[in-house]
Ligand binder design. Sequence first.
Ligand code: PHE
Length: 339
Amino acid sequence: MIDKIKEFIGEAQSFSADNKEALESFRIKFISKKGILNDLFNEFKTVPNDQKKEFGQAINLLKTTIEDKVKSIQDFLESKEDSQGIYGDLTRPGSPISLGSRHPISLVKNQVIDIFSNIGFNVSEGPEIEDDWHNFTALNFPEYHPARDMQDTFFVQTNPEMQLRTHTSSVQVRYMDEFKPPLRTISPGRVFRNEAISSRSHCIFHQVEGLYIDKNVSFADLKQTLLYFTKEMFGKSKIRLRPSYFPFTEPSAEVDIYWGLKTETDYRITKGTGWLEIMGCGMVDPNVLKNCNIDPNEYNGFAFGMGIERMAMLLYQISDIRMFYENDVRFLEQFKSSF
Ligand code: PHE
């Protein structure tokens, strides 16, 4: 009997398996209910007392040998599986690829481009570091004119002639220099103003400005174009134009849309009036056309400009402009389902 146990110990020690099935049948053979170990424990009861000690020790040795063996082969098989990694099983489903999302500023910008391209406007771009001529002088801002203070400018320290553009009207000057009318273009882009940063304003923001030059363009054309835009963009079909002043347009106006007063938010953002200011516009001043070598007796036109952040804040109900620039993934991820 002792010899039989020793034989089993030998068998267990020399056992090896390279797959889970072989290991499992080894385990069942020895330690399942009907396994060898159970049989031995049953026999143990019939062993004479003076042999019990030797017999018991042998069974225990067999038991631990088998348990150690099973554990070590199991570990080995698992580590082998791990090291084979994704190539171990070619039918395993792939790990998901995490998709990025567009920035809300890009979403709104693309939407504006889409709307205006439907009525024949193309997209033009220009440099962010501009000279005084394109950002101010050509746009009918006389030197030392207080209108320059409307847009607090960042100047380039080594060359005060150069500045960060304060609006994308500078792109329109470049466009008029380069192309002959009729012209229809919108200029989206980043602009810079030396303003205190708060939840409502930032020193960097984005604009889309539009320019339309042809023969016999009227103020009614401007109004209809803007009405078309506000309907498409906000689904609102009531606008009003209030007289305003810009050096490069005459007459000039601020455009308000009627947002409504249905919710508490409507009351808050419209300060209880129902109206929201969304852009500036006007008929291009003849001086600007002259500065860009377009004959104001032959051609005229209109221009308009709006802030992209402001529109994004309205459309997505974002209460703090700084969120656009913080690159907080929790904020950006919310735009995943947008187009
Ligand atoms: N350039 C103006 C601004 O940045 C906006 C504007 C553009 C107004 C065109 C009238 C016409 O405030």
